[in-house]
Design a protein around this ligand. Sequence first.
Ligand SMILES: CSCCC(=O)C(=O)COP(=O)(O)O
Ligand SMILES: [Zn+2]
Length: 298
Amino acid sequence: MRRAAAKGTWSLEEAVAYNEVLSVKYRPLRDDANGVGGQTSTLVVDRQPVMSRFGNLVFSSSVMSATDNPDSLVISDDPLHPANLIPELCRNFYQLGWVTGTGGGITIRQGNLVYIAPSGVQKERILPEHIFVLPYPQPAPSPHTDRIFLRRPAKKLSESSCTPLFWNTFDMRDAGSCIHTHSQNAVMATLLWTGPTFTISHQMIKGVRIGGVGRALSYLDTLEVPIIDNTPFEVDLKESMAEAMAKYPEAAGVLVRRHGVYVWGSDWEKAKAQAECLDYLFEIAVKMKQAGLETVLN
Ligand SMILES: CSCCC(=O)C(=O)COP(=O)(O)O
Ligand SMILES: [Zn+2]
């Protein structure tokens, strides 16, 4: 099967072969005002149901009409539209010190659409037009697989390198949102908890949900967050993160040693609330440990 040269760009033939798509149109994105772009492209699904061998991938008519103009997937007056929310939330996270230096961010999945920010950009300056939109489900993105996009920015940008890790939370927890931070509280917790998990009890853990998407924990529960080892490249964390999620099904997040944390929820509000609760707990636990206090009571 022939692969198109650009990453994530599919020839019509291979898109049909790979997805067993009934009918597709293959359309280059229009150039942006600066003449950048045009080298990327969007797979446009025709107005027919699309069967995927990875499950029943059936696009609604609204999605299909949106793909007539892919930019309409990210342009909305609604402040709660994911393409507006992601830039706003990234600005807030930047103020918290969670996404400084271009790393970290948030993804939002609504139904069969996944919204993802670009990689390696100043996250506090993202605009809606910079947002990528991918169909869900699709084969879990990894460093070794191409991705299918419904909409790519005209500007030459790459989707977040956290995409394969975000996908873990969609596939394994049915998450509607995942947040990745480089919070110093999370990093300090991974340095002071040298074993496979971070633990704390009898604290304000009621905002944290079992598995990130289940019932809320109680004051008497012990919160346990697995810690995986860092790798030089974000994408290479995909397998160890998935293993930790399988081993600790009740965990609402995964810490990455000397790096940060991934936290998810059934929607962006719950993911954000849990990221805030966990960050609070990492911070106070670090202070307790430094003061010689136990963080888990029997
Ligand atoms: C300076 S960040 C290094 C890579 C990283 O940890 C990260 O979170 C990258 O995220 P991005 O969305 O910018 O690919
Ligand atoms: Zn990171």
